[in-house]
Design a protein around this ligand. Structure first.
Ligand code: FES
Length: 157
């Protein structure tokens, strides 16, 4: 059975909106949905998507390689993405990052051994006016201090 059998009915609805021959345009939305449901995109998902869309494997690989928000490995339940671009850096992002590394015992790009947190650094998330900031899963947290970061971590089950 396809690794995407549970998502195909949803994908079919999207496919019906595209003219025949443009199935490749569904690559990004399908990958986003796979990640939303599974947290990451596995080899089995890619194989199934290639079969379903009838696109070359390289097309899917290129999309996955280009968009850093699409993940090829599982991550922790809580994904902390710390902006370390100019405005956030000028307003203390490096200190916040060091604080998070110390609190969590991991470096950027790593996941805590209990699978609770993954820490990443990202470029500008377009919230420069409320720097420094981070994204926790899908939510922005702004005007951060070490104390507000601690409170944020404590609220994560
Ligand atoms: S520099 Fe951090 S949100 Fe723009």
């Amino acid at each position: 059975m396809s690794a995407l059998a549970h998502l195909i009915p949803e994908f079919e609805g999207w496919k019906a909106r595209y003219p025949a021959g443009f199935e490749g345009s569904l690559t990004i939305p399908c990958l986003q949905r796979i990640q939303e449901v599974h947290g990451w995109v596995s080899d089995a998902h890619i194989d199934a998507l290639v079969d379903y869309l009838g696109v070359p494997r390289t097309q899917v690989d290129e999309v996955l390689g280009f968009y850093t928000m699409l993940r090829r490995e599982p991550i922790g339940r809580h994904h902390l993405q710390v902006c370390h671009n100019v405005s956030c850096t000028l307003r203390g992002a490096e200190g916040l990052l060091a604080h998070l590394c110390l609190r969590l015992g991991i470096a950027p790009g790593e996941t805590t051994p209990d699978g609770r947190f993954t820490l990443s650094t990202v470029e500008c998330l377009a919230s420069c006016g409320t720097a420094p900031m981070l994204m926790l899963n899908e939510t922005y947290h702004e005007n951060l201090t070490p104390a507000s970061v601690d409170a944020l971590l404590e609220g994560c089950p």
